[in-house]
Design a protein around this ligand. Structure first.
Ligand code: ADP
Length: 481
């Protein structure tokens, strides 16, 4: 399969942007250089934001009739579908997700998200009320320029989760993708303009987080920052908001998600398979994945045995090959970090019952699926987000203990509960401090289902009409009649 041409530009104000210094994009598959992209400095970020603001103020997008906006966004979705293969290839090359997963999950979800919000454009209204001789209009107003900073694990889907609700409200967007996953995102901005989105409404700037991302988050004309990534960077974004214009900051951060298996689990084989596939999908680089498995002591040994058998069927290798289920992890920093978590698990006394090592592949960032048993709640591998193909298994004896263990974390993104007892399922779900609870399955939730975290997993939600709240302010216009 011929490789698609790789962008060597950012995309600003409806045009490729190539000025200034560049950084290298290398492939986690074999460490080869794929392209270089501009490292946009403060001045370049300032130009992009001011351009987006100018377009917002012109009203060309904000005041465009809804039907026209909808047609443009639907065409954008169609173009994403039409270019799905190229976008998926670019993404597999720069961040390592298996090609079929890129195309069928990430790119398909990106198009679907654009389409869903495009359809919502003429179905979302304001509110009115009358009282004491007055009519009050309660309207959603766009904020102006929305800044987005996105990660590399589901690059295009997460971009769409942010930009689609922001765009249907009439905002302009300046988005910085992760360094390890910028190529397909730059192409998205090009496709948006091809679909008829006015230049400058959706801009993709490229560069490092600590320079380009920081300049965006500090900018006084950015009114809302929407972020998905690590807690450490989320904390910085809150500081930048305090140091600049008190912009609103929405964070979707990490997770150390508990997946609780009770002994009366309705279908043990299904529970094992779903739990194992969910932690190892995308090489474990999913913030919502069930990385902490809490198994009732009565079924612990049989569960572990079955989990190992299923994990052994996974194939680590080149993500461009069809037979591969686990590609490389996204970059060298990630690779080193995961291996050091594995070493720490061993040091602290957990038992590595599968993997814990790297396959015999001469270059690239490959790690074998790894399972630890004998994990206790105080161990680092039970507390820290590893963001790699590592499953930590703990055991429990009572429902109360399981809930306490599950909540014994500063994270609060997702959790799973497996039991045939509806009363236990409901009670446990109620007590779990997470944004999402899965009962008798783990994973999923469509574009109509809110997704977000509590505690240090973040605030606000992506997906669904609730996401609109992040990208508008509510205005009350009180008319004396
Ligand atoms: P991960 O650990 O998943 O790579 P990060 O939080 O490090 O997540 O990165 C997520 C995004 O945040 C990336 O686009 C990255 O460039 C950006 N980023 C990193 N550091 C900063 C920073 N200091 N200011 C703004 N953005 C940053």
């Amino acid at each position: 399969m011929a490789e698609p041409s790789k962008p060597d530009y950012a995309y600003v104000n409806g045009e490729p942007y190539r000025a200034g210094e560049t950084f290298d994009i290398t492939s986690p598959i074999d460490e080869r250089l794929l392209t270089t992209l501009p490292t946009m400095n403060e001045g370049a970020v300032d130009d992009a934001v001011l351009g987006a603001k100018q377009v917002f103020d012109s009203g060309v997008w904000r005041h465009m009739p809804k039907g026209q906006k909808q047609a443009i966004l639907l065409k954008f979705a169609d173009l994403i579908d039409a270019h799905a293969e190229t976008l998926a290839q670019l993404q597999t090359l720069d961040m390592g997700m298996p090609l079929a997963m890129c195309q069928n999950k990430d790119i398909a979800a990106c198009a679907n998200t654009m389409r869903w919000y495009a359809h919502a454009i003429d179905k979302v209204y304001g509110e009115t009320m009358t009282d004491d001789g007055k009519v009050t209009l309660i309207t959603r107003e766009p904020v102006g320029v929305v800044g987005c900073i996105t990660p590399w694990n589901f690059p295009c889907m997460i971009v769409a989760w942010k930009i689609a609700p922001a765009l249907i409200l009439g905002n302009s967007v300046v988005l910085k993708p992760a360094e390890s996953a910028s190529m397909a995102v730059v192409k998205l901005a090009e496709l948006a303009v091809q679909a008829g989105l006015p230049p400058g409404v959706f801009n993709v700037i490229t560069g490092y987080g600590h320079s380009t991302g920081k300049a965006l988050a500090l900018h006084d004309e950015v009114r809302v920052m929407a972020f998905t990534g690590s807690g450490a960077v989320g904390a910085k974004l809150l500081q930048y908001a305090g140091q600049s214009n008190l912009k609103r900051v929405y964070l979707e951060l990490g997770g150390k998600n508990a997946n609780i298996i009770f002994p009366d689990v309705p279908n043990l084989d299904k529970a094992v398979k779903n739990s194992v596939m969910a932690i190892f999908a995308n090489s474990g680089q999913i913030c919502a994945s069930p990385s902490r498995l809490l198994v009732h002591r009565d079924i612990h040994d049989v569960f572990v045995e079955k989990a190992i058998a299923i994990a052994k069927t996974l194939r680590v290798g080149n993500p461009l090959r069809e037979c591969t289920t686990l590609g490389p992890v996204a970059n060298k920093a990630q690779y080193d970090s995961i291996l050091s978590h594995i070493a720490r698990g061993r040091e602290q006394g957990a038992t590595c019952v599968l993997g814990g090592d790297t396959p015999d592949i001469p270059s690239g960032y490959y790690i074998n699926p790894t399972i630890f048993t004998g994990v206790t709640p105080d161990m680092d591998i039970a507390r820290q987000e590893i963001f790699g193909p590592v499953l930590s298994i703990l055991s429990f004896d009572s429902t109360e203990q399981a809930v306490a263990m599950a909540n014994d974390t500063e994270y609060g993104l997702t959790a799973g509960v497996w039991t045939a007892n509806i009363s236990i399922a409901h009670t446990v779900a109620q007590h779990l401090e997470t944004g999402t609870v899965f009962v008798n399955h783990f994973g999923g939730g469509g574009i109509d289902t809110p997704f977000g975290g509590v505690k240090q997993s973040g605030n606000g939600v992506d997906r669904s009409l609730h996401a609109l709240d992040k990208y508008c302010h509510i205005k009350s216009t009180i008319i004396q009649v």
